[in-house]
Ligand binder design. Structure first.
Ligand code: TA6
Length: 300
């Protein structure tokens, strides 16, 4: 029986919980219901957190798993139905607004086989600026010998609820120039760095420059193969048919907040999403669940 040790901690202006269960440790903040870090004793972290992370109110912490909702990226790059719900699209922040809000801690359930922590956000109680619509969000995080994230959206209103979203996961890698992503071969993708042209992925994805791609019709299983750290990060998802793959590389790294100039070498974002044609529209009373499970396996 492995029960978890749970402590509430203050990270500058933010409240967080550190959960330790066996050899696994997870930190999650109340602001944004943001997983900040996830590590196991016998290896480097699985989830990456910037060494320059700032824990300030109203802004996302660089790293972990920020929740992008009710739109992904720049609002004007979203489908018209998603844009139309905002009263002032040109002033809309990137990645929606829930990253900077305090979510309500519903509870921490310390079970024999897992610990489950849940947060909720109701836009009727925590309205998003210039986005006057009704939605209920629930993030459930389950830690057993893997990490399971489940983002549930309910439409309690009387109008359709169109939105895009992403679990903007930052993964730690030994050296981005030495890793590859398996599972995307044959997928179409949008090359956002070259005028959003559509292309097709040939073979496994490797990295030799800034990468910011939206993969479409993605399979449920992807993996990051890391030969230097002799491990494979397994990512299994449901409720998502699009994934954003991002590494800022050298130049963009110097323009990013909370990001050391050389930090690009040790991180890789694979963001399970519902974006572009994969965006969601919930009828009144409907629910959608986006789920990602992640774990590490030794490379044979
Ligand atoms: O992950 C894709 C992306 O949209 C990148 O273009 C980059 O902007 C990244 O998200 C980080 O965004 P943020 O607002 O968290 O700095």
């Amino acid at each position: 029986m492995t029960t978890a040790h749970i402590e509430r901690i203050d990270l500058d202006a933010l409240t967080a919980w550190r959960i330790r269960r066996g050899a696994h440790e997870l930190v999650i903040t109340q602001q944004g219901a943001q997983v900040l870090s996830y590590r196991q004793d016998d290896q480097p972290p699985l989830i990456w957190l910037s060494e320059q992370a700032a824990y300030a109110r109203g802004q996302s912490v660089r790293g972990g798993v920020p929740i992008c909702w009710p739109w992904f990226g720049a609002l004007e790059r979203n489908p018209q139905a998603v844009q139309a719900l905002h009263n002032s699209p040109s002033s809309a922040p990137a990645h929606g607004g829930v990253r900077g809000l305090d979510w309500q801690l519903l509870g921490i359930d310390n079970q024999d086989d897992a610990v489950v922590i849940q947060f909720a956000l109701d836009t009727r109680e925590q309205p998003l600026p210039d986005w006057p619509h009704e939605a209920q969000l629930n993030l459930r995080v389950r830690l057993d010998d893997r990490l399971h994230l489940s983002l549930c959206t309910d439409n309690p209103g009387h109008q359709p609820l169109p939105f895009s979203q992403a679990l903007h996961s930052y993964f730690a890698v030994s050296d981005i120039r030495q890793v590859q992503v398996e599972g995307l071969a044959g997928c179409r993708y949008v090359e956002t760095l070259e005028d959003w042209q559509q292309r097709e992925q040939h073979g496994d994805l490797t990295f030799s420059g800034e990468t910011d791609r939206i993969y479409l019709d993605t399979p449920p299983s992807l993996s990051i193969v890391d030969p230097l750290w002799q491990r494979r990060l397994q990512l299994h998802s449901s409720g998502s048919r699009s994934a954003v793959v991002w590494n800022p590389w050298i130049d963009k790294a110097q323009r990013l907040s909370q990001f050391a100039d050389d930090a690009w070498t040790g991180m890789l974002c694979i963001e399970h999403a519902n974006v572009l044609d994969d965006c969601i529209s919930l009828a009144p009373g409907e629910q959608h669940r986006l789920e990602v499970s992640l774990w590490s396996e030794a490379l044979k």
